[in-house]
Design a protein around this ligand. Structure first.
Ligand SMILES: Nc1ncnc2c1ncn2[C@@H]1O[C@H](COP(=O)(O)OP(=O)(O)OP(=O)(O)O)[C@@H](O)[C@H]1O
Ligand SMILES: [Mg+2]
Length: 419
């Protein structure tokens, strides 16, 4: 077996249409991330609506995707202890909960143990059978009923309260993912909710502070996240995605879904401003008949209503959860389906706030090859892993044995355990 490489991180994003693997080398001395290899393999109907339906197909896709990345990076996953796997499924639910504890000791100073206890208290929520907590994300704290603050450590008072955002999921779904990974000989360090990895990759601190809506439109699902005052307030996964757009094209033009997919990817457009009225495309016919000519702008009539509907359903869900006033800095879009020209405008019309397709973080090495919006989750997983490594101080040298020296590292260690 290869030597263990603590300075490498692998990200595996299990999507409905494809599994993406990225292997990156990181250095703590200069905050440098370099992409050494990436792989991408279609899931071949192994996953539907973000949930594994055919484990053999998923294992095959996992092997193909990871092997491609391994060959390029010249490192095997077996030598990488930091493997983060992005999972999504429509079973994800979120709860905003609160906790409260008394602060012991004569000095009444808030210590790490008190923060741990209050978060433990806040996470004591009733979970239905078959569900488990995936992430606990502390939002803010209050000492003695005072203002809500981010860092209560060292403050003095008799009572500590906290608010947390809890993401839960179906235990069976996580187990199936772990089973698939095991059969592909992959040992994950952590399963990460794709919404969180995505946010890590593309949202700025300012956006999160002011309030922002992040939507990833993949093949079968939309991952929806709202950040406000620097922390997540809402996360969900909906069964809406690019496959519905492909289905509409297939029906409208009376063509096979694979041909509709090709037309969507090559010529799809959601706004007349992005298409020349004189442009025509060839539409293949079933039964070996001659292809027919179609004005490309006609695609707007098919695609735009579906995209409007997708955003409309998300808007309604956010309204139902009182989230619409929490997106002051607008909407950020990721996912393969956001490559449709004009999608930002449609989003803007539906939500009434500015919208942009995300700018992905640019890394060295092969970074330029993983720049389209469908790679955002995988890149976010690398960044997630990098943050965890910094917090743990576990890089590839003796420094990993050094004790934590300052309070920020201690806090980092604490957050790491929590998330
Ligand atoms: N240029 C393009 N224009 C429009 N749609 C595109 C384009 N390229 C890819 N897509 C669509 O993007 C979708 C795949 O996106 P992505 O890779 O983000 O999904 P996924 O991660 O596999 O699925 P999910 O996130 O739903 O589990 C497919 O529906 C595909 O048709
Ligand atoms: Mg995806």
């Amino acid at each position: 077996m290869d030597d263990i490489r603590n300075n490498l991180i692998a990200a595996i994003d299990i999507g409905s249409s494809k599994i993406v693997t990225i292997i990156a080398e990181v250095s703590d001395s200069d905050d440098h991330i370099s992409i050494l290899g990436y792989g991408c393999a279609p899931t071949q109907n192994g996953i539907k609506d973000g949930t594994i339906q055919n484990i053999d197909a998923v294992v095959a896709a996992l092997k193909k995707s990871t092997e491609t990345a391994e060959i390029q990076a010249t490192y095997e996953l077996g030598s990488i202890p930091n493997i983060y796997v992005g999972i999504s499924n429509t079973s994800i639910e979120t709860i905003n909960s609160t906790g409260q504890v008394a602060i012991p000791g004569d000095d009444k100073e808030v210590r790490i143990e008190d923060i741990n206890r209050v978060i433990g208290n806040a996470q004591a929520v009733d979970l239905r059978d078959g569900r488990e907590i995936l992430h606990i994300l502390p939002q803010c704290f209050s000492v003695n009923g005072g203002d809500w603050i981010k860092y209560p450590l060292g403050m003095v008072g008799a009572r500590l309260e906290c608010r947390v955002h809890i993401i839960t999921g179906s235990t069976a779904t996580s187990q199936t993912v772990l089973k698939s990974l095991e059969r592909a000989d992959i040992i994950a360090k952590q399963l990460v909710c794709q919404n969180l990895a995505n946010a890590k990759a593309v949202l700025t601190d300012d956006e999160k502070e002011l309030g922002v809506l992040l939507i990833d439109i993949g093949a079968d699902t939309c991952k929806v996240s709202v950040y406000y005052e620097g922390t997540p307030y809402y996360n969900c996964v909906m069964k809406l995605g690019g496959k519905h757009i492909t289905g509409d094209i297939s029906q409208a033009l009376k063509i096979m879904p694979n041909n509709a997919e090709t037309i969507k990817v090559n010529y799809g457009v959601t706004d007349f401003n992005y298409v020349d009225e004189s442009e025509y495309i060839q539409v293949p016919h079933v039964g070996g008949r001659e292809p027919k000519k179609l004005r490309r702008s006609e695609l707007v009539y098919v695609i735009k209503p579906r995209v409007e509907e997708i955003f409309g359903i998300i808007r309604k869900d956010l309204a139902d959860h009182n989230m619409l006033d929490k997106m002051t800095s607008g909407v950020v879009l990721t996912g393969g389906s956001t490559m449709l020209p004009g999608i930002e405008e449609v989003c803007q019309e539906v939500f009434g706030v500015q919208s942009r397709v995300a700018t992905l973080p640019k890394f060295d090495g092969l970074g330029e090859f993983v720049q389209d919006p469908s790679y955002s989750v995988a890149l976010g997983l690398i960044m997630w892993g990098y943050d965890k490594m910094k917090e743990d101080g576990c890089f590839d040298d003796v420094s990993s044995e050094k004790p934590k020296s300052n309070i920020f590292q201690k806090i980092g260690e604490f957050w790491n355990k929590m998330f």
